[in-house]
Design a binder for this molecule. Structure first.
Ligand code: TYM
Length: 331
């Protein structure tokens, strides 16, 4: 039997380069080898409130990004979390086996909770819903970026605790984090690329918009004049070149940077052009899908129906183990 792979992404609009390199690119490759389930996690996106009017467009835009970069409904299940209510049911049940202390020590909780005077419980309980997403499908592996590692460790703990309390039910899911691309830095060069930090390069943006973003990228701070020798190893623009340039072209860029023979603006222009070229087929596919949203909805409906079958099987088992199929037990 093929291994089951699950992963999710929050709908905050079109996918960015961090999402693509850290996750989507690998998801596309995995489809041929594994039994894959890809989820747009809209219920995660509302843990701290948010504008209800934006959700629908964000879900549709992310679904279009998924399909444009090559996720294929013929090979994988692609669906929206809120279409399968078993996610929230299982999350509630996992509350019974999750220590509050484990939730409080999550780095993402510590970071996010600082933004609130009164912390919404959703911000604390977020990783329980994530564990439910994964374990509902009894996933063997979850391809994610480095930032999700701790949440996946907690998912394994929750599975273990559930199995101990109620009998062997869930696998201990493997986090699949790719070396080198686990943490793509943002244009500021300081923090990971993230929509909330406004330091991203959107994957499907038109050429002008990509250039507008890339030209703001922070480079080697010690390189002040154009002919100063640069240090590619500290420059995020150079790091990003590695994903788009051929080995030969990359060596050329490195050499010219060290000699001060290529200026940072020219180097950024080169990067912007490579990104625009690499993603041209995705932009084309996205334009087709934007013109035909009913096709996208059809794919998501079909995905939800297929995901529901799997989710319902797991929930029958879980309710039974937890004593919640009480009607059957009385008879
Ligand atoms: P999210 O929506 O923030 O990101 C989606 C995926 O993109 C990866 N990623 C990155 N990888 C490398 N460098 C970056 N700068 C970067 N930014 C984002 C993330 O690691 C992730 O793989 N909690 C999750 C969503 C989620 C989920 C799940 C994931 C909910 N349920 C179940 C896996 C399984 C999140 O907020 O990802």
């Amino acid at each position: 039997m093929k291994k089951r792979i699950f992963s999710g992404m929050q709908p905050s609009g079109e996918a960015h380069l961090g999402n693509y390199l850290g996750a989507l690119r690998r998801w596309v490759e995995m489809q041929d080898e594994f039994d894959c389930v890809w989820c747009i996690v809209d219920q995660h996106a509302i843990t701290a409130g948010g504008d209800p009017k934006e959700i629908a467009t964000n879900v549709l835009d992310l679904a279009i990004s998924f399909l444009a970069v090559g996720l294929d409904p013929e090979k994988s299940i692609i669906f929206v979390q809120s279409d399968v209510p078993e996610h929230t049911e299982l999350a509630w049940l996992f509350n019974a086996v999750t220590p509050v202390g484990d939730l409080e020590r999550m780095t993402q909780f510590k970071d996010k909770s600082q933004r609130f005077e009164s912390i919404p419980a959703g911000v604390l309980n977020y990783p329980i819903l994530q564990a439910a997403d994964i374990l509902l499908y009894k996933a063997d592996g979850v391809p994610v970026g480095e930032d999700q590692k701790q949440h996946l460790e907690l998912t394994r703990d929750i599975a273990r605790k559930f199995n101990t309390a109620y009998g062997e039910t869930f696998p201990e899911t493997e986090p699949l984090i790719a070396e080198h691309v686990g943490r793509i830095m943002g244009l500021d060069g300081k923090a990971k690329m993230s929509k909330s930090l406004d330091n991203t390069i959107p994957v499907l943006a038109d050429p002008e918009a990509v250039w507008t973003k890339v030209r703001t990228a922070v480079t080697d701070p010690e390189r002040i004049r154009r002919d100063d020798p640069g240090r590619p190893e500290v420059c995020n623009v150079y790091t990003l070149h590695k994903f788009f340039a051929t080995d030969q072209a990359r060596e050329g860029i490195e050499e010219q940077c060290r000699q001060g023979a290529v200026g940072c603006v020219d180097c950024k222009r080169l990067l912007s052009d490579s990104i625009v070229d690499a993603f041209a087929p995705f932009r084309e596919k996205a334009a087709e899908l934007h013109a035909n949203p009913s096709r996208v909805l059809e794919i998501l409906d079909d995905g939800a129906a297929r995901a529901s079958v799997l989710a319902q099987q797991t929930m029958v088992e879980v309710r039974e183990r937890m004593g919640l199929d009480w009607r059957n037990m009385i008879q």
